[in-house]
Design a protein around this ligand. Structure first.
Ligand code: ASP
Length: 323
């Protein structure tokens, strides 16, 4: 039998949590971006955060915690207090790091609550603007000849740019020299400056630079051409029929966060993703917001689990690990 005093204490604690959840949020929220400022994850986060903060009636601060391919920022949120005031906006790396890192200081399936999917973004193969090559076929030929002399920028092991580069090097059976950054924001700056040769990054970080000619684009990594860059062939058209990768972003809270708070965050995310300005800005950057059905806890959890299973054998076959 449960003692009345224990029961009373339990009920009081429950009432406390519910009251806390009902008044949430009463202070600014921080969303950790596990990459440098100015990159694609940062751009997506800032657009969504602005619209979410209007719905929540609280400021949202974006904090960039780059390094180790996104795993430092993710670890920081896994260890944060589960009170709804520290969140994480991460991409496909949440699933791929599970295999790329033999030792990871968190678990994507145990240390987070899932708020919802945010967007799915294609990637593009880009190069410095003064490269002589004008097509993916020519880039492949050049990369095979030059090998490790080709400097390939990425955001570290676990980043989408790393994954894309890994698949590319495997597909052409050639090792290039990876140059890691804390995010592809600074990487694209160096690509524009000609310090590195090639990169694969989300359209959200490259569309403007492709259009103004400050970088060269060779192919998009999804099966169909994009409305935003209609002249750009797909990787399949460019000679890599098996190649495909699409990047998704999700919003997370530390595990143990009150269910009512997570539900409130999912609701605010859905409102933000239906915001006309967000839709318009996403379209300019070659993407679109996730649907209301996908901006849910269930959809993000299913995505994380299925993508861990999808990428594990591919990464194991490539035999590339961070540790
Ligand atoms: N999108 C980049 C990558 O995964 C990281 C970033 O957002 O800066 O390579």
């Amino acid at each position: 039998m449960i003692k009345p005093l224990v029961l009373a204490a339990g009920l009081a604690a429950l009432a406390g949590t519910t009251a806390f959840a009902q008044s949430y949020p009463t202070q600014p929220i921080t969303i950790v971006v596990p990459f440098a400022a100015g990159g694609p994850t940062d751009t997506v986060t800032r657009l969504v955060a602005r619209a979410m903060s209007e719905d929540l009636g609280q400021n949202i601060v974006v904090e960039n915690v780059g390094g180790a391919g996104g795993t430092l920022g993710a670890a920081r949120v896994a260890q944060a207090e589960a009170n709804g005031y520290t969140l994480l906006l991460h991409h496909i790396g949440m699933a791929t790091a599970e295999t790329l890192y033999r030792e990871l200081p968190y678990s994507a399936t145990e240390d987070f609550e899932y708020v919802g999917l945010v967007t799915e973004v294609p990637m593009v193969f880009v190069g410095r603007s003064d490269l002589e090559q004008n097509s993916l076929e020519e880039v492949i030929e050049w990369a095979k000849t030059e090998g490790e002399a080709v400097l390939y920028a990425n955001a570290g092991i676990g980043a989408a740019s790393h994954l894309c580069g890994l698949l590319f090097m495997n597909a052409i059976d050639t090792q290039l020299t990876p140059i890691p950054y804390q995010g592809t924001g600074p990487a694209v700056t160096d690509l524009m400056g000609g310090q590195v040769d090639l990169m694969c990054d989300q359209t959200t970080n490259t569309t403007t630079q492709i259009r103004d000619g400050s970088i060269k684009a060779f192919a998009v990594t999804v099966p169909e051409r994009l409305d935003s860059l209609p002249d750009l062939p797909t990787t399949a058209e460019g000679g890599l029929p098996e190649f495909g990768v699409s990047i998704w972003h999700g919003l997370y809270a530390p595990s143990g966060t009150d269910e009512a708070i997570v539900a409130r965050l999912s609701e605010a995310l859905q409102v933000a993703l239906a915001d006309p300005t967000v839709i318009e800005r996403f379209a300019d950057l070659g993407t679109s917001p996730s649907s209301a059905e996908d901006a849910t806890s269930e959809a993000l959890e299913a995505k994380v689990r299925s993508e861990i299973d999808l990428w594990r054998p591919i990464i194991e076959a490539a035999g590339v690990y961070a540790n």
